[in-house]
Design a protein. Structure first.
Length: 366
């Protein structure tokens, strides 16, 4: 290493330190969340891979029809269903006074119901309504990606399939977990994914770059992240999680991750509560919550876009969840969230002090 001056950058892809300094003696899975009842889970490339596997498992038993899913979602959640021949119906999601609202069609016949929470917060549909639909023969899919560490989670009790993308939470190159609550999953014939290694190498380079290695420039690793995303758009089916990422998952300190994320989120709530031109998507953060991000709703789309641009100029990368997808109707309430939401980073890479630059940029915008 030709220098030791650390670089400042916040958000975007995780860097990877390899080999990891700590290897856990556990299976690398948070107790009581993944594999809570001794069920066998399958480790996969990505969340899209998990959805594809669920589709294949359902079709093997003759399941078909329409997936009823929230309009507030990423297009990557929709694509595997469409590719496997399922149709899509949406229930609208709105924002009202510091909480999300769901507009469900109660008398609709539902073949498959897709449930999820948002950003690690408690955003459940009425669980008794879900139970009633299940008794009517609806298959329940629970996407636990955003609520991996959420405690007292009632969806875990009713879901037929549960999956979670791990790449959103941990410094891994690939990773998702899937399990089925009753019966065995079919054999998916999983294989290694050839394009993961390039992303892994790029994440190692990013870690060196942020540590001050002057022999590494951004141009040496950022193109690999874009290439991975491009491949993943279409080529995601039938791949397992790579072995190095499994080792990294086993090295993760879940207690520290939960504690740091909660500490960072509490600081953001305290510092930004009086900023008049934004509102927290969730007015409060209770003790069961471990945030993926701290989402806020900005007064206008133009101001949201200006904030994102200002943060990027300071090398702070806060994502938007999500761009509008072409399948949502223009009159839906969810479009107000798509157009004005930005997700503030709060993850375990940073201390509250390291996020102070983001806070000041937000406060100085107007």
């Amino acid at each position: 290493m030709s220098g030791n001056r650390t670089r400042r950058e916040a958000g975007s892809e995780f860097g990877i330190e390899w080999p990891p300094s700590r290897i856990s003696e556990t299976a690398g899975c948070p107790p009581g969340i993944l594999n809570p009842s001794g069920k066998d889970e399958v480790l996969l490339l990505s969340g899209r891979t998990a959805i594809d596997c669920i589709c294949r498992d359902m079709r093997s038993s003759g399941r078909a029809g329409c997936v009823y899913m929230p309009a507030y979602c990423c297009s990557s959640m929709i694509a595997p269903f469409v590719k496997n021949g399922f149709s899509i119906g949406f229930y609208d999601v709105g924002f009202d006074g510091g909480k999300l609202t769901y507009n469900l069609v109660d008398d609709r016949e539902i073949d498959i119901l897709y449930l999820n929470n948002y950003f690690g917060f408690r955003t459940f549909i009425d669980i008794e309504w879900v139970r009633r639909k299940q008794k009517e023969g609806t298959v329940i899919i629970y996407d636990k990606t955003h609520s991996l560490f959420l405690r007292n989670d009632p969806y875990m009790e009713v879901a037929d399939y549960i999956f979670c993308s791990l790449r959103k939470w941990f410094a891994v190159a690939s990773g998702a977990v899937l399990y089925k609550s009753s019966g065995d999953l079919i054999d998916f014939g999983l294989r290694e994914c050839s394009y993961v290694q390039a992303k892994f190498s790029a994440q190692v380079l990013k870690s060196r770059y942020l540590s001050g290695d002057e022999s590494v420039s951004k141009e040496m690793f950022y193109p690999a992240f874009a290439d991975f995303s491009h491949h993943l758009e279409e080529d995601y089916a039938g791949y397992r999680m790579d072995e190095k990422s499994i080792v990294l998952l086993k090295s993760a300190n879940f207690t520290e991750i939960i504690s740091r994320r909660r500490e960072n989120a509490r600081m953001l709530y305290e510092e930004l509560r009086d900023v008049g031109w934004l509102k927290f998507l969730f007015s409060e953060m209770d003790n069961d919550v471990t945030p993926l991000f701290v989402p806020v709703i900005v007064k206008t789309q133009e101001l949201r876009d200006e904030l994102k641009k200002r943060l990027i100029s300071r090398q702070i990368y806060c994502p938007v969840h999500w761009p509008r997808n072409s399948m949502t109707a223009p009159q839906m309430e969810v479009n107000k969230i798509f157009d004005r939401e930005i997700s503030l980073i709060c993850d375990q890479r940073y201390t509250p002090e390291q996020l102070e630059g983001m806070v000041q940029t937000i406060k100085n915008l107007q």
